[in-house]
Design a protein around this ligand. Sequence first.
Ligand SMILES: Cc1cc2nc3c(=O)[nH]c(=O)nc-3n(C[C@H](O)[C@H](O)[C@H](O)COP(=O)(O)O)c2cc1C
Length: 321
Amino acid sequence: MIVTALTEMFRLRHPIILGPMGAVSGGRLAAAVSNAGGLGLVGGGYGDPDWLRRELSLASEQARGAWGVGLITWSIDRRVLDLALGYRPGAFMLSFGDPRPHAPAIKAAGCKLICQVQDLEQARVACAAGADLIVAEGTEAGGHGGSRATLPLVPAVVDAVAPTPVVAAGGIADGRGLAAALMLGAHGALIGTRFYASAEALGHDEAKRRIAAAHGEETARTRVFDIVRGYDWPPAFPGRALRNRFLEKWDGRESDLASALQTEREAYQAAARAGDHDTAVVWAGEAVDLIGSVESAGTLVARIGAQAEARLRAGAGACRA
Ligand SMILES: Cc1cc2nc3c(=O)[nH]c(=O)nc-3n(C[C@H](O)[C@H](O)[C@H](O)COP(=O)(O)O)c2cc1C
């Protein structure tokens, strides 16, 4: 068993956190990860109240261990925060924005505050806000993120915020990645894309099939999907997605897309409802190379944990020190 500050904080069997993937990490997936010994986080995204009520109820009913919720900081207000806290999550992750206005309410509720950061300045702000745990997210990650790569970012954040524990995110999909994150000084890994291709994830089967078939070169960081969907993301955070026909058409022509929104948005929304991922987005990270099939979340947690433990016991494997 791997014991770290993360496993001790939440009494986990494995130092693994489910990324709170908006509209993908529902209550069932979060509970499955928690029941397998990781920390399941419901992906509350932009904070839709009906979605949150449904999925947080599921998580609180089904999870036998610690679970939590994650929200996109720049898009939420106090009302959404209180709604989520009402389900008594053990962990609350804030990402993409200044956590300071929301941190006191989260901590006053007795909830552990997790802040996901993309650079050193954000890490220092999160630390000052009282974060119990900081997730350093590298640019390899699926979904929105910054421009720093996981390998140099994680140890730099570890040094900058010590003794606050850090968890690595971005490009980790198996036990090798988890073991590497621990060697960088992280206390665990937060994993998104690998869990998207799981049986319990919300999201269309076709999206999961595409993740299992894709290679890292087929992902790109883009604002095209946010423009067509009408989300006003801060420019610092483009999102990494699988390349598809829609992206090829508008990549580099973002202002043309903004002018053609009236027709494009309707067509996009219809494609998303139909599961047509030649048009609709599949957020996914560079680690898609390591994903070959859709599996149950519990199987994934157990395998990633066991593989990391075996790697750490065996040392680097290919070399001797
Ligand atoms: C489909 C998808 C949706 C995501 N949505 C969110 C989100 O709503 N909030 C958030 O904090 N992070 C979100 N992320 C980022 C994850 O929290 C995490 O940083 C990332 O998945 C880690 O990298 P990986 O995908 O290589 O495992 C999302 C990632 C994916 C793949």
